[in-house]
Design a protein around this ligand. Structure first.
Ligand code: UDP
Length: 322
């Protein structure tokens, strides 16, 4: 099979490329390196079945050529990280909406199956935990920059579902919950790589708010397995799936675990949200997926424990793992 991965030099995309190459498939990556990194695919460059293009998916002739060459498409190219989104809202909206429009329109011409990566962020301020795919999405005010990410991804979801219903383009939508592992950078605000970096360098571990907010952290290897299985399954088409772990932990407890596992002397400090992001920033107090839908269809089960995940990130940041 020939697999196109937009955003393939990113954290999740590069692990997905590894998985398909391991299976014996051909992988084509397009990435503009805005948040992706060439180091993430450095180890793949010599492989004959690996091809990469450094460009944006907005460049239609280039993307059209890649769509032609491939059998299936994973559309992962997007603006990522709450911090980046709050700082660059124009880029977030344009990248997420236009990029998906281009990819879906081109895929539709050749009727190539597309999996679109959405996000748990679309559940917004909903308190209906655990979140189910058919639950309501509760958006915050448009004056709060954070919600532009959720809205742009919700539009991507509507568009992908519309292509399926109206034009019979096979599309699949996945809502990725907090996904972590080696190659993820803390540069765009993600909490685990940030805490590990702080702990390893002895700098204060920065817990935003009171640390009682919780998240569920899924291992990238487990998530990638689900993406591959969904792409292979005919019944996944036209549907939305939550993917992630359902083991919940508070951010303060996470900071303590990181400190313990790295045997760090770092102090744990509390930073108000207004200072960490922007004035009036709204966090999601809990974010827990109901994963029964993806479990029932493709047998998904998060395998890696939080401790195992943290160890891989610590090893990666200490230069012991690629
Ligand atoms: N967070 C934190 N300190 C940091 C970075 C993030 O306390 O240095 C918090 C953040 O406010 C949020 C949680 O960790 O409550 C997860 O943040 P992340 O950006 O990783 O993911 P998301 O907010 O998208 O779930």
């Amino acid at each position: 099979m020939r697999v196109l991965i937009t955003g393939g030099a990113g954290f999740i995309g590069s692990h997905l490329a590894d998985a398909y190459l391991k299976r014996g498939d051909h992988v084509y990556v397009i990435d503009d390196l805005s948040t992706g990194k060439i180091e993430n695919i450095q180890h793949l460059k010599g492989q004959p079945r690996f091809h990469y293009t450094i460009d944006t998916v907005h460049n239609q002739p280039v993307t059209a050529e890649l769509v032609d060459q491939c059998d299936v498409i994973f559309h992962l190219a997007a603006a990522v990280g709450v911090k980046l989104i709050v700082e660059s809202p124009v880029r977030t909206i344009e990248t997420n909406v236009r990029g998906t429009e281009v990819v879906l329109a081109l895929a539709n011409k050749k009727k190539k199956k597309v999996l679109v990566a959405s996000t748990s962020e679309v559940y917004g301020l909903s308190s209906d935990v655990p979140f189910r795919e058919d639950g309501n999405l509760v958006m915050g005010a448009t004056t709060k920059g954070r919600w532009s990410y959720a809205c742009s991804k919700a539009i991507d979801e509507f568009l992908a579902l519309a292509y399926w219903r109206e034009k019979k383009l096979p599309t699949i939508i996945v809502r990725l919950f907090n996904t972590v592992g080696p190659r993820q950078t803390g540069q765009y605000g993600m909490v685990i790589p940030t805490f590990v970096k702080q702990a390893l360098s002895g700098r204060p571990i920065t817990v935003y708010g009171d640390g009682n907010q919780s998240r569920c952290f899924g291992f990238v290897g487990d998530v990638v397995g689900a993406l591959v299985n969904l792409m292979d399954h005919n019944d996944a088409v036209g549907q939305v799936f939550n993917i992630g772990s359902n083991q919940e932990i508070s951010i303060l407890e996470l900071a303590r675990r990181v400190k313990e596992l790295t045997q760090s002397d770092s102090e744990i400090v509390f930073i108000p949200y207004d200072e960490a992001y922007e004035e009036g920033f709204e966090d999601m107090p809990r974010r827990v997926p109901d994963i029964s839908k993806v479990s029932e269809l493709v047998g998904f089960r998060p395998e890696m424990s939080l401790e195992g995940i943290l160890k891989t990130v610590i090893d990666y940041q200490s230069g012991r793992q690629k």
